[in-house]
Ligand binder design. Structure first.
Ligand code: SF4
Length: 221
């Protein structure tokens, strides 16, 4: 893990309050986390979700898993059949080949199961830290990982919690800034915040955590 100076910014000092306010704002959890906890489906669903809206990911995942629920069935399915099923998601051509390849490796190396070793997960084609961390957080209920997608990266930087140019760097810094027992809340809360209020064009005047936000402070001048 890279070393860096711990931020002394307003957001960092108030991270527990920020989490508490976001929990109140988003009390029901987010839709993507409640579909399944089955490791294979979480893994493949997360691969399908790259650069795709949640609603489309859910439709594509449901169609896929209704016919091909596990690694063995996807590994032996034809790519054009997989492609048609996942078509609502972005880059469905590439993803159809990718999920078949991941499934083939799982069948050949791990008996069709998703391994529990982190290094084995990120060695799968097209699987990076974000996907692995989502798998560990949501399927394995492991609280020791913060999955950083574009929303978590954006909200963390706007708040001034971190100043980074890549989600992996944001992840590394968040581990130092956020108390360990609260790591498990970051993905779910920041993703919902990024999707509903802290959007590309942020609705700062509706934001419950604006008093701690560096972006908002600059906006007010
Ligand atoms: S104040 Fe604006 S920029 Fe800051 S977290 Fe809220 S919505 Fe995002």
């Amino acid at each position: 893990m890279p070393r860096f100076e711990k931020s002394k910014g307003t957001a960092a000092k108030n991270i527990s309050k920020i989490i508490s306010l976001l929990k109140k704002r988003y009390p029901d959890g987010f839709v993507g986390s409640n579909i399944t906890k089955e490791p294979f489906q979480v893994l493949i669903g997360t691969v399908l979700s790259h650069q795709t809206r949640d609603e489309m990911t859910i439709i594509g995942s449901k169609k896929l898993f209704s016919q091909f629920p596990d690694a063995k069935s996807i590994a032996s399915a034809r790519v054009n059949v997989l492609r048609e099923l996942i078509k609502p998601v972005g880059m469905y051509n590439i993803k159809a080949r990718r999920i078949k390849e991941i499934s083939r490796i799982l069948v050949e190396k791990y008996g069709g199961k998703v391994p529990r070793e982190y290094e084995e997960i990120v060695a799968l084609p097209g699987v990076g830290r974000k996907t692995a961390n989502i798998l560990f957080s949501y399927a394995y209920s492991n609280p020791d990982y913060i999955a950083v997608d574009t929303h978590v990266h954006k909200v963390s930087n706007r708040l001034g919690l971190v100043k980074t140019n890549h989600p992996d760097k944001t992840e590394a810094e968040l581990y130092k800034i956020v108390p360990r027992k609260q790591w498990k809340y970051i993905n779910e809360l920041f993703v919902q915040h990024g999707q509903t209020i802290c959007k590309a064009k942020p609705k700062c005047w509706e934001c419950p955590i604006s008093r701690y936000c560096e972006y908002f402070k600059k906006l007010k001048g």
